[in-house]
Design a protein around this ligand. Structure first.
Ligand SMILES: Cc1cc2nc3c(=O)[nH]c(=O)nc-3n(C[C@H](O)[C@H](O)[C@H](O)COP(=O)(O)OP(=O)(O)OC[C@H]3O[C@@H](n4cnc5c(N)ncnc54)[C@H](O)[C@@H]3O)c2cc1C
Length: 389
């Protein structure tokens, strides 16, 4: 390969790719990010949930591969990723929601996640006694799901990748690509940035919610859209135990966890129609979240919220809500690792591992990544978008 592998985006996904390439012996790796330092994109805004309870085999497998890698992370990467198997508790409010959660179980079991299971309303309340018993039809539970530390994972990957020779360029925006070759054999030869030109042997698009714009600079369409997601923390409190499972209401996606002595409250927000990259937190949304929390977790009624500490960020959503992984059909040395659709931190270890295989060996060998191939939309073969999972 002539020239370095240039990774556009120094979030947890780009850092994972850099680390996995570096551990395979690549020395000439440059991460380019327009942020002032690590974590300014979505990675620094994530809640830190990890789960393997999904509705498709490929997502379950990505999570299980990640789980192995999280357990080895301290030894292999030299940092603590904060993996805490506190469990993920899905709460169904209706028989329909319960049936949807139940539909995921055989998929999970067949893909190797054996410990996920259905729970009845009484067990939901045993697993999270803080919940109101009103309106619970049952749920789904997996004890090995839980939490991770997004910024610790990012810092760990970056530090060890640097020790192994990778370079990072912050405050450097990618503004274009130089390409050569006729359509079908096009290759990128250099990356243009606000700090000059970088010769490139290959380029990885790890630009998160901004990935479609980066891909367009290379003439490679990529169907990724930003989607606003917001979190409001309570003021520090000890109303809920630190080891409480992530608890998510299947009907409307309202969820909560305890992190660093506060309860984080989340509920899917619509994006801003005027500007899809706008991630401001709106006051009516906070009020609605407070009302949901009070109704569903009575101990939280009236708890002071840290309104000024609320934050918003962006999911990077693909049309079937699955990652897009592999070389761009339009440009053979331009690789996509995009569209995790809100699961990018938890899937970064697996996806980085698999893309390093694709770049160095021509294909992923640890898992069959065919369901994630970039061409699936043009071929009319997207993954099924599961109802709730
Ligand atoms: C509120 C919220 C909660 C979430 N909770 C979870 C969770 O519990 N678990 C989970 O797994 N995921 C969660 N996510 C999703 C997760 O944050 C993302 O999937 C993940 O961070 C994506 O990582 P990334 O490295 O691809 O993107 P980012 O971290 O966004 O990194 C992309 C980088 O690309 C850079 N960039 C963009 N364009 C350019 C350019 N032209 N030139 C140079 N640099 C560029 C940006 O500066 C940025 O640093 C959450 C997201 C939000 C918003």
């Amino acid at each position: 390969m002539d020239g370095p592998i240039v990774i556009v985006g120094g979030g947890v996904v780009g850092a994972s790719v850099a680390w996995h390439l570096a551990t395979r012996g690549w020395r000439d790796i440059v991460i380019v990010d327009r942020g002032a330092g690590p974590g300014e994109g979505s990675t620094g805004r994530a809640t830190g949930g990890y789960r393997a309870q999904y509705g498709t085999a490929i997502n379950v497998r990505l999570s299980l591969l990640t789980r192995e890698k999280l357990r080895r992370f301290p030894d292999e990467v030299g940092a603590d990723p904060g993996y805490l198997p506190a469990g993920y508790l899905w709460v169904a409010g209706t028989e329909w929601e319960l049936a949807e959660l139940r539909r995921g179980l055989p998929v999970q079991h067949a893909a190797g996640l054996l410990e996920s299971r259905e729970v009845d309303a009484a067990e939901v309340l045993q697993l999270n006694p803080a919940l109101s018993p009103q309106g619970i039809a049952g749920g789904a539970w997996c004890p090995t799901d839980g939490f991770i530390r997004p910024l610790a994972m990012l810092a760990g990957y970056l530090a060890d990748a640097r020790r192994r020779g990778a370079r990072t360029m912050w405050e450097t925006e990618v503004t274009g690509f130089e390409r050569k070759g006729a359509p079908g054999t096009t290759r990128i030869t250099a990356v243009r940035t606000t700090r000059g030109r970088i010769e490139a042997g290959a380029v990885v698009n790890a630009a998160g919610a901004w990935a479609a714009g980066v891909a367009a600079l290379a003439g490679a369409p990529l169907p990724i859209e930003p989607l606003r997601r917001c979190i409001v923390p309570t003021m520090p409190c000890d109303l809920l135990p630190a080891g409480m499972p992530m608890t998510i209401f299947a009907g409307d996606g309202f969820h909560l966890r305890v992190r660093d002595g506060r309860v984080l409250l989340a509920w899917p927000t619509p994006g801003s129609a005027a500007d899809p990259y706008d991630c401001r937190v709106e006051t009516p949304w906070i009020d609605e979240v407070a009302a949901k929390a009070a109704a569903r977790v009575p101990v939280l009624a009236g708890v002071p919220l840290d309104r000024s500490g609320a934050w918003g960020g962006l999911y990077e959503v693909s049309p079937d809500k699955h990652a897009i992984l592999g070389p761009a059909p339009e440009c053979g040395n331009f690789y996509f690792i995009n569209g995790s659709s809100g699961h990018g931190v938890m899937h970064a270890p697996a996806l980085g591992h698999l893309l390093a295989e694709i770049i160095t060996e021509g294909r992923a060998t640890t898992l069959d990544t065919t369901p994630l191939r970039p061409s699936r939309f043009a071929e009319g073969e997207p993954n099924p978008v599961s109802g709730l999972l």
